[in-house]
Design a protein around this ligand. Structure first.
Ligand code: ASP
Length: 590
């Protein structure tokens, strides 16, 4: 090794030792005959002193170096002089007096500072990702991700899981997104699909008698890059045989609870055991199936007070089968008209036609867009249902249920951010269960699986698949953390007849079902154990653990928002020769 110690590992106990260090120059300060270098490697920083009286040559060499040069030094550890200690630095009690210094590699001036956490345009960061990753915060993210994955591997190994790799070149795997296709050179006109998840393969491993499988699996989904998405992302993919819903949920819960306790002792777990909500409850109380339960501001149904209130807008929505629901934003009663207008514009993005409001000032007086239409009695009822207190702002949306949920669910999160109620030091895990088995796809006039094609309906709801599919519940469970879906799973169908019934229900023609999933149907006839699994998203979990705003911050080499790798330049045109070999022609379809 070219070094004996990590720069950041030296302490007072090393005083008097001869050490060799190697790393990057974080900063250089010239004080005449003495030059100070902060030398940095993965372990941290240490102050290195090149004093011309100790070594003329080393001092001369140190005078030439610049930030981000790679140097190696040999010297002895000494206590810093009285008053020169730096309590903010783990190595702040000592410094290394240099005898010899070698420049291992010079560096151009970096396009952005490495030695401080400044805001830098993201495309510049991504173009020079190898420099971006040198920064302290990014190093911490890479380390945390490693620790999370290692914890998972150790935890599951102790419980008898085998880690098994599955192919990247595969066949279409329906997780609801578009596939990435790979043309075959040896089979003209045919394509592999990159797996959207190893779903089918892990189920086939259960047929194969593996019983407990996991994989840190790369998944590929060709989706628009809105929100927290990347074309490729990583899941902890897991499957078990001879289990029920509770078994998978208990295992997952123990994995992440103990992981957080060990790796993130500074975070507070809101619930132990994790809270559980049925899908219906989540929608009723939070308007979403991935609620953030770190704060209140829950949605309240005010249909009873709104019906017969005299306010036509509310009444007609109720008559046509819609909902009137509201949120009480405590302490926001003094919001200006402009602020309320902004909230109105906000909910309009999600389909709401407007936002009715009632502000209660500190003396109990109202300011409202609709109260004048209400009878006194109905208004009192409304205030009671909303548990209104002086200083509160009540906000209402009246519309069809899906619009009310979407707009108030979003407004709740928006207010949570604005009022600083989403405490990043708290981790609020929860389960959402009892999802509808299928949802109605209006455009295509058919049922869609609400999870995926292989999820089993609740046993007792199987007859509903014939009589009233919309009422059947699936054996699905979603893991939610701080308002983000961080994993989903289910107990699977393991019976050919039921699987075929589900294919039929969602409108998959028997011919097409055989062509796409014949291997699954056939496997189900060779002794398939009952099985189920889950796939928590590693990128999302680590990004929440690391207090980051996007999964790009916890992926070493992510694509940018336009799905490009701006460092290497991908995607890029292929050589005509390559296209020919692949039997492909690029044509303009405009
Ligand atoms: N394959 C599923 C997904 O990617 C997870 C699962 O059902 O285990 O969402």
């Amino acid at each position: 090794m070219l070094k004996t110690h990590g720069c950041g590992d030296l302490r007072a106990e090393h005083v008097g030792r001869k050490v060799t260090l190697a790393g990057w120059v974080n900063r250089r300060r010239d004080h005449g005959g003495v030059t100070f270098l902060d030398l940095r490697d993965r372990s941290g920083l240490v102050q290195v002193v090149a004093n011309s009286e100790i070594s003329e040559a080393a001092h001369l060499a140190a005078t030439d170096v610049r930030n981000e040069w790679v140097v190696r030094v040999e010297g002895s550890v000494q206590s810093r002089p009285e008053g020169m200690q730096n309590p903010d630095l783990p190595t702040g009690e000592i410094e290394v007096m240099v005898d010899r210094l070698w420049v291992l590699n010079a560096a151009n001036t970096p396009p952005f500072p490495i030695n401080e956490e400044t805001e830098v345009d993201e495309n510049v960061r991504l173009k020079y990702r190898y420099l971006d990753l040198r920064r302290e915060g990014m190093q911490a993210n890479l380390k945390l991700r490693h620790q999370v994955v290692k914890y998972i591997r150790d935890f599951l190994d102790e419980r008898g899981f085998w880690e098994i790799e599955t192919p990247i070149l595969f066949k279409t795997t329906p997780e609801g997104a578009r596939d990435y296709l790979v043309p075959s050179r040896v089979h003209p006109g045919e394509f592999y699909a990159l797996p959207q998840s190893p779903q089918q393969l892990k189920q086939l491993l259960m047929v194969a008698g593996v019983e407990r499988y996991f994989q840190i699996a790369r998944c590929f989904r060709d989706e628009d890059q809105r929100g927290d998405r990347q074309p490729e992302f990583t899941q902890l993919d897991l499957e078990m045989s001879f289990v029920e819903r509770e078994d998978i949920m208990a295992l997952t819960e123990e994995l992440f609870t103990t992981m957080v306790e060990k790796l993130l002792p500074h975070k507070k777990l809101l619930n132990k055991p994790w809270q559980r909500l049925t899908y219906q409850e989540a929608m009723d109380r939070f308007g979403r199936d991935d609620p953030d339960i770190r704060f209140g501001l829950e949605l309240v149904d005010v249909g009873e007070a709104a019906g017969g209130s005299g306010f036509k807008v509310f009444e007609s929505v109720l008559e046509s089968g819609g909902d009137v629901r509201g949120i009480n934003a405590p302490g926001c009663g003094a919001f200006s008209r402009k602020e309320i207008d902004e909230l109105t514009e906000y909910v309009k993005q999600f389909g709401a036609k407007g936002l009715a409001y009632l502000a209660v000032d500190e003396s109990g007086e109202h300011r409202s867009s609709f109260a004048k239409f209400f009878s006194e009695e109905k208004l009192a009822q409304l205030l009671e249902i909303m548990q209104a207190e002086p200083g509160d702002l009540l906000l209402f949306v009246a519309d069809e249920p899906a619009v009310v949920n979407e707009s108030l669910g979003r407004l709740r999160l928006h207010l949570g951010d604005r009022l600083d109620l989403r405490d990043p030091s708290v981790l609020a895990f929860l389960w959402v269960i009892d999802f509808p088995f299928v949802t109605w796809n209006k455009e295509e006039a058919r049922w869609d699986p609400s999870h995926h094609l292989f999820t089993s309906p609740m046993q007792e709801d199987v007859p509903l698949l014939d009589s009233d599919p919309g009422k059947a519940r699936g054996q699905q469970y979603d893991m939610v953390l701080n308002g983000l879906e961080t994993g989903g799973g289910s107990i699977r169908i393991h019976d050919r007849a039921l699987q075929e019934k589900v294919f039929h229900l969602i409108g998959l023609e028997p011919g097409m079902a055989r062509e796409r999933f014949g291997h699954m149907l056939e496997a189900f006839e060779f002794g398939t154990p009952p099985h189920g699994g889950i796939a928590p998203g590693i990128d999302r979990l680590v990004r929440i653990f690391a207090d980051e705003d996007h999964i790009r911050e916890v992926i070493a080499f992510p694509k940018n928002q336009a799905a490009r790798d701006v460092m290497a330049g991908a995607p890029s045109p292929a050589e005509p020769r390559q296209l020919k070999e692949l039997h492909l022609k690029v044509v303009d379809t405009d």
